[in-house]
Ligand binder design. Structure first.
Ligand code: AMP
Ligand code: ZN
Length: 666
């Protein structure tokens, strides 16, 4: 082995180990900074030596590949459902059936938590991750390999000798902490919050952009090894070995030699599950002996050797005292139920979301009603029903707010929208504050030293009324504010000054145009290149841009036609905020590949795969992960897969070399 290869291998091994320590063992052994340095070093070596490309290198976890259509794959081993049980009697009945089937009394069980997410089947060959497929209907699912590769707790290369070829089954979950953070950001961006971690996890698997998946704090908990090799005698042993090989197998798994013991486990976790960092909706009990599992086999739906025990969703009843209305940054109104405080699943519940007017009507919910509140998958408890028997005679039907609770403007509701809006965009306090808070947020202008509460304070003191006013602030105006020291005032002003370097695409996002999120802002910046071009574009021009539909176009027009906005933008311009794409970026961007669809395959010499992809996008081309009739070119490197080649030839898609591609853009 030559020394470069050795260097690459040892960096990969080292980074894999750090990943394992951090994401599986929850025990960091390197600073983020040092990790990044090593990762960059590896990236550089790999780019210079494409002959050592490896899809399982830690550099491949960042994602970026786009999948338009997920391939359907038939499972080698069917993914069954589980039978459910709800009481100790159910479990005792199950045990009787097992005893009868196996002809013996002394059985051993494993108890595991039932992780609440989306099931996944991971295939490994020779200790290497090969592919990941969703459960689908149990017989066949979708291949989501590129997305799954971005989940850092999933080992791509195994640490120890495990089984040679096997499938690993597990659950892709979104831990509660990560879920809350994602929602906080959505609120900042004026987007609707995700309802629950399970659906968000499962939706993440089918995102087209694996780079987006990489950004989500997904995790994978494993619960089953599927193999023909008989290396392990029990389920417990096989999971233990899997854990040693690098898989995240929760160590809540417990052995039990009777249903009584199983029930101890159930009772323990029924109480304690609310302290777990992720959601669980029950317990899964399995016969531990693998030989016995084989003897028991399957019904048409589920294994006979396993059963799920479902926890009852935590539920209480309480009284609805009041319905209040919250106004978001975009003016969207959310009704909130204010409840008589009540204990539920370890927390005191005082409020529950009512979502919108339709929801209130559907539940026929009224003030003073006794309502059932449930904390299931949702973080925010929800009201599932009204106890009509307890409804007081004097009760009156709820009339939805007609005016904004903050500025008293009449609310509007446009067709097709679930929510009511306050149209007083520029005069309604929470909208004004919300817009400034959005402007300074991390993904927008990222202004250090200025938080949401300070914005509130600055506004109340009359120092700012909009985001442009931030750039007029002086240190001496800020110092007298409550809880503001000289140092922090200085930091704040410096942070504002520094935001003038933030690139145009982020500034565009920061402006807070409705429906213009991060991705849309990027697209618009790339296409229009300056705020002037964007704000003078007409409807037709706007919708001709890829992925810009009527709704976004209308919102941009509304923004651009507003005199106040024109003034704000002009002021930002005069302060030196970036309202056009920088010279540097412009120089590297062309339309040479306008709307041409590229598939990139194989190993390259002059640029890394990622550089190649960036070059395609910078020049107006699009990237797809699979070859179809819509593909215009395949940039083929060394070792392009033979099946891709045949497919390209069949469809008559042009195959070009790296060199030819470079000539195309130069
Ligand atoms: P159900 O979808 O209700 O039929 O339950 C079966 C599903 O439970 C499986 O497809 C798994 O995705 C999931 N599951 C979660 N935790 C476990 C576990 N510890 N063992 C087996 N299956 C589990
Ligand atoms: Zn208002």
């Amino acid at each position: 082995m030559n020394s470069v290869q050795q260097q690459i291998n040892s960096l990969r091994e080292e980074l894999n180990q750090h990943n394992h320590n951090y994401y599986v063992l929850d025990n960091a052994t390197i600073s983020d900074y040092d990790f990044d340095i090593k990762l960059k070093e590896l990236e550089k070596l790999e780019a210079a030596h494409p002959e050592f490309f490896d899809p399982n290198s830690p550099t491949q976890r960042v994602g970026g590949e786009i999948t338009k259509n997920f391939t359907t794959i038939v499972h080698k081993n069917r993914m069954y459902s589980l039978d459910n049980s709800y009481s100790k009697e159910d479990l005792l009945d199950w045990e009787k059936r097992l005893q009868k089937n196996l002809g013996r009394e002394d059985l051993e069980y494993t108890c595991e938590l039932k992780y609440d997410g989306a099931s996944i089947n991971l295939t490994y060959e020779n200790g290497q991750f090969v592919k990941a497929v969703t459960r689908g209907d149990g017989f066949q699912g979708d291949e989501v390999t590129t997305n799954i590769r971005t989940i850092k707790s999933i080992p791509l290369v195994l640490k120890t000798d495990f089984v040679r070829d096997f499938e690993m089954r597990g659950e892709i979950i979104l831990p509660l902490d990560g879920f809350r953070k994602m929602n906080e950001e959505r609120v900042v961006n004026g987007e609707e919050e995700y309802r629950n971690p399970r659906n968000t996890a499962s939706g993440s698997l089918k995102l087209q952009d694996s780079g987006e998946v990489a950004k989500r704090p997904l995790d994978c908990l494993l619960y089953q090894v599927v193999t023909n090799e008989r290396k392990y005698k029990t389920h417990f042993e096989s999971l233990d070995a899997a854990r040693k090989a690098g898989f995240k197998v929760p160590n809540t798994i417990t052995l039990a030699n009777s249903i009584d013991k199983v029930f101890d486990f159930v009772n323990h976790w029924d109480q304690k599950r609310h302290d777990l960092p992720y959601e669980t909706d029950g317990v899964v009990i399995k016969v531990n002996n693998l030989q016995q599992q084989e003897e028991l086999g399957y019904t048409s739906k589920s294994p006979r050797w396993a059963i799920a025990y479902k926890f009852k969703a935590a539920q209480v009843s309480t009284i609805l005292n009041e319905i209040t209305y919250q106004v978001g940054r975009t003016g969207a109104i959310t009704p909130v139920a204010n409840l008589e405080p009540v204990q539920l699943a370890g927390t005191t519940v005082k409020r529950a979301s009512l979502h919108n007017a339709d929801q209130i009507e559907k539940l026929d919910i009224r003030i003073n009603d006794t309502v059932f509140v449930e904390k299931g998958g949702e973080i925010i408890p929800k009201i599932i029903a009204v106890d009509f028997a307890k409804r007081p005679d004097y009760s009156q039907q709820t009339i939805y707010a007609t005016h904004c609770p903050e500025c008293d403007t009449a609310l509007i509701r446009t067709e097709g929208d679930a929510k009511h809006y306050c149209p007083n965009t520029y005069g309604c306090a929470p909208q004004i504050t919300g817009r400034i808070q959005h402007f300074i947020s991390r993904k927008a202008m990222d202004i250090d030293g200025l938080g949401g509460e300070t914005v509130d304070l600055l506004r109340k003191e009359g120092l700012i009324e909009n985001y442009a006013d931030l750039y007029d602030l002086r240190v001496e105006q800020v110092i007298p504010l409550e809880r503001m020291a000289e140092k922090s005032a200085q930091n704040m002003i410096e942070g504002i000054e520094k935001s003038k370097e933030i690139p145009f695409e982020k500034v565009l996002f920061a402006l807070g145009i409705r429906f213009v999120g991060e991705t849309v802002a990027k697209k618009l910046a790339k296409h229009f290149k300056s705020i002037d071009n964007l704000m003078t574009a007409d409807f037709e021009t706007l919708i001709s841009v890829d992925e810009i539909g009527d709704r976004i176009a209308e919102s941009i027009l509304e923004f651009s036609n507003d005199l106040g906005n024109i003034q704000l933008v002009n002021r930002l311009k005069s302060y030196g905020v970036q309202l056009q794409v920088s010279e540097e970026d412009l120089a590297s961007q062309t339309d040479k590949l306008q709307s041409k669809v590229f598939v990139v395959s194989g190993v390259f010499h002059q640029m890394s795969r990622n550089e190649l992809k960036k070059a395609i996008e910078d020049n107006g081309g699009k990237i797809s992960s699979s070859i179809s009739k819509k593909t215009d070119f395949i940039v083929a490197g060394d070792n392009m897969g033979p099946s891709k080649k045949t497919k390209a030839e069949d469809l008559g898609v042009a195959i070009i070399s790296e060199q030819e591609f470079i000539e195309m853009i130069n």
